[in-house]
Design a protein around this ligand. Structure first.
Ligand code: SF4
Ligand code: SF4
Length: 124
């Protein structure tokens, strides 16, 4: 979410990254069904997932309809609170919003296989 650049000098040359994707906290997939479902979702080009501070998020890529051609918020004065609360430098333009990013099914498969190997090693 965003301040839509306007009104905040720290937004500088940012192309309004925070108005170009929607992140939603989700439960970590644990069962085979949940993992299969997430793998299937990652086949859609505008769906990513990421982990930040051990929490899992779904990231839907796509611009807010209120973002204008100049990457400014067309409803700035009445933008939602969630946009007002999102400010630089605590945002994706000034630092990464994720620790691990899953852009395609293979990313998640590799992550889960690695995690399984680590768990097996710890048990020894
Ligand atoms: S991502 Fe950060 S720098 Fe870019 S518009 Fe949003 S708040 Fe401003
Ligand atoms: S309402 Fe405005 S500030 Fe909020 S996401 Fe849309 S364009 Fe960005």
């Amino acid at each position: 979410m965003a301040v839509g650049k306007k009104g905040n000098s720290s937004c500088g040359a940012c192309p309004a990254l925070c108005c170009s994707g929607l992140e939603e906290r989700v439960k970590r997939p644990r069962t085979k069904y949940e993992i299969d479902n997430l793998l299937w979702q990652l086949r859609f080009e505008n769906i990513n997932y990421f982990i930040r501070n051990r929490f899992w998020y779904q990231l839907i890529l796509g611009k807010c309809v209120y973002l204008d051609a100049n990457n400014l918020c067309a409803v700035y004065e009445r933008r939602p609170d969630i946009c007002r609360d999102h400010n630089p430098p605590d945002c994706e333009y000034h630092g990464s919003i994720y620790d691990i990013l899953f852009e395609q099914p293979a990313d998640l498969e590799i992550f889960l296989a690695k995690e399984k190997r680590l768990k097996a090693r710890k048990k020894k």
